[in-house]
Design a protein around this ligand. Sequence first.
Ligand code: PMP
Length: 452
Amino acid sequence: MSSLVSRTPPDLPPYDHQPRSYDGPTLGEVRDLRNRYLSPALLTYYKNPIMIVEGSMQYLYDENGRRYLDGFGGIVTISVGHCHPYVVEKAREQLETLQHTTTIYYHPTIAKYAKALADTLPGDLGVVYFVNSGSEANDLAMLMARLYTGNYDVVALRNAYHGGGSSTMGLTAHSTWKYNYPHSFGIHHAVAADPYRGPWSMEDPEAGRKYAEDIQSVIRYATPGRVAAFFAESIQGVGGSVVYPDGYLEHAYAHVRGAGGLCIADEVQTGFGRTGEKFWGFETQNVVPDIVTMAKSIGNGAPLAAVVTTPKIAKSLTGRIHFNTFGGNPVSCAIGKAVLEVILEDKLQERCLEIGNYMLDGFRRLQSKHQVIGDVRGKGLMTGIELVEDRVLKTPATQACLQVFERVKEMGLLIGKGGFFGNVLRIKPPMCITGEDVDFMIQALDTAFAEL
Ligand code: PMP
């Protein structure tokens, strides 16, 4: 690890890629078009938004050819790297051969890909339904659980994000993402197992069991005693990279199964080796879900998502016709299959563990220097740095978070932010990030923290 004393903004590591020259509309012209023709509800990062026109592995380029280190991967979506050559090649081959038919006809890629995906999952989790987004996957998982169990009530966790569609908005538990209209009928939110802000810390060996008791309580008091499902991200992503204490999901699943419910793991951010220790985030909690939903890293940026479940539960959908025009599209599946091959062949899970630990070590060193860092957490390349004004009261340092977020962008580092109070820096880069990139990132963050 390079020294943390430098105050001069660091340089990005050298990288051998010449971005194409850009001759499209200027940033100002694009801003005007966007303001005029796109929804005013679109969220934009940064006081002065940037325009990104090219990507190569862990780097992004703006219209002037300026390079940035992508520390957020298009919101935890770029897994193997921007424009990974093997993925591009497989996508091109498929685009030139056949773009679309829907699943009313057989196609070899969707079949072979479903097998390859199923092979990564434990137990009976072997039946795949492809869709196009994480929200769609969670919506379908909720439908399946309700059909299969004959129950309606669903338990999710506070501080969760499961989607923004009209049904998944009900699962999401952040007021920022919830519109003032009826959307949560039959959905109940239990206390989030947040060892930093909650009553029991990681040091308490019983913390997992204690947090899970709230699920039992919700089932007892807020439902008919029978539930359809329990939804949980394996690490809460949008909520600020919240890692549960050991044993939490084991206890949670036991309560839910005791009430007849299915356990659904939302692996939209945590899947595909990102947590380093295991291929699936739920495996770090020693549980086997009944349904797994996945998106983002699955397609390295392609609109691809999936619901995987057991043959028995999958049958629940056969009572009527369920159809998704683009789900299982040959191009999306060719991309998904290529991405999975790269993740497995290049051993990217191991890489996430190694580089992730190196990155977390760097963040902890920053924490020992900068009082504003209240908590450093995460697994593999799924990390968060929570900023507080005071380490005892844990008052969220939202402004400081914004300042660091803006400042590192000026230095060439793009990261995310989140948490209910907007005081958590979220760092979840593509899995191909290098040690030199991490050194750069730590120095950029160090400089920005020192300037607060
Ligand atoms: N689940 C989780 C954990 C997510 O982070 C997200 C998106 N941020 C979703 C579901 C919804 O995915 P999408 O935006 O693809 O609908």
